[in-house]
Design a protein around this ligand. Structure first.
Ligand SMILES: [Zn+2]
Length: 240
């Protein structure tokens, strides 16, 4: 079923509900504020999470998305803890690309302690290719994703660029706080705190401050791109 939807400027893809908010919530909110069409695809329902339930997390995701001002959100339910770059999953995601027509796709960086996050990177790249191959067993016309951005969730990679999210940081924090079961009152024992999950919101804020400090602003969001960005207007990218 293919609709005549208009193109989506930014489509964020997260392995679990809350990944997209953590990785690119500021950019999503910023673009939504400017009238761009933005959305999120969660690859799983987060059913293996140590806190909350799939139902609670779905409601939290709905509220977080509303806070950011996104236009749509869907869940492909590929199985928490078992995301693989399979042909079946490629076709599922590629079909969504053809339907929602994203110009830019953002997903997790492959260097990450959670295997689902690494698997998501490979899957998104493969699905983007599948969506533009005419002979793939997919419905609708081909679609070319222009750019894939990689965001960091746990580990740190050298950013290709950092987005100033200072004016949307509070919205991002509010969206993360909507994940009450995950970040505000997680049902986790002391063993979890030892690996740094306690005060997650503070941890994420510290990262935003760190990235912001690298570009001389209050809060930043870091992205990695794997191929050079074409610059048509050097004045804009160099702020001159
Ligand atoms: Zn995750």
């Amino acid at each position: 079923m293919i609709s005549n939807r208009k193109e989506t400027t930014l489509l964020a893809i997260g392995a679990h509900p809350d990944d997209a908010e953590l990785g690119c919530g500021g950019l999503l909110a910023s673009l939504a504020d400017k009238g761009h069409r933005v959305g999120i695809i969660d690859l799983t329902r987060g059913e293996m999470g140590s806190s909350g339930s799939p139902e609670i997390r779905a409601e939290e995701a709905r509220r977080a998305g509303a806070i950011l001002g996104i236009d749509f959100r869907l869940n492909l339910d590929m199985g928490d803890g078992q995301i693989v770059d399979s042909q079946e999953n490629r076709l599922k995601l590629a079909q969504a690309f053809r339907e929602y027509k994203p110009t830019v796709v953002a997903t997790s960086h492959p260097i990450d302690r959670h295997p689902d996050h690494s698997a998501a990177t490979a899957l998104v790249k493969a699905a983007a290719l599948a969506a533009r191959l005419p002979k793939m067993p997919l419905n609708g016309s081909i679609h070319c994703v222009t750019r894939i951005l990689l965001y960091c969730i746990h580990d740190v990679a050298t950013p290709s660029f950092i987005v100033d999210i200072s004016s949307h940081f509070e919205k991002k924090r509010e969206a993360l706080e909507a994940y009450h079961s995950q970040f505000v009152k997680p049902e986790r024992g002391p063993e979890y705190r030892m690996i740094g999950v306690k005060d997650y919101i503070q941890t994420f804020a510290s990262r935003a401050i760190h990235y912001g400090s690298q570009i001389g602003v209050q809060y930043g969001e870091a992205y990695v791109v794997e191929s050079p960005i074409r610059v048509m207007s050097p004045e804009r990218i160099l702020d001159i």
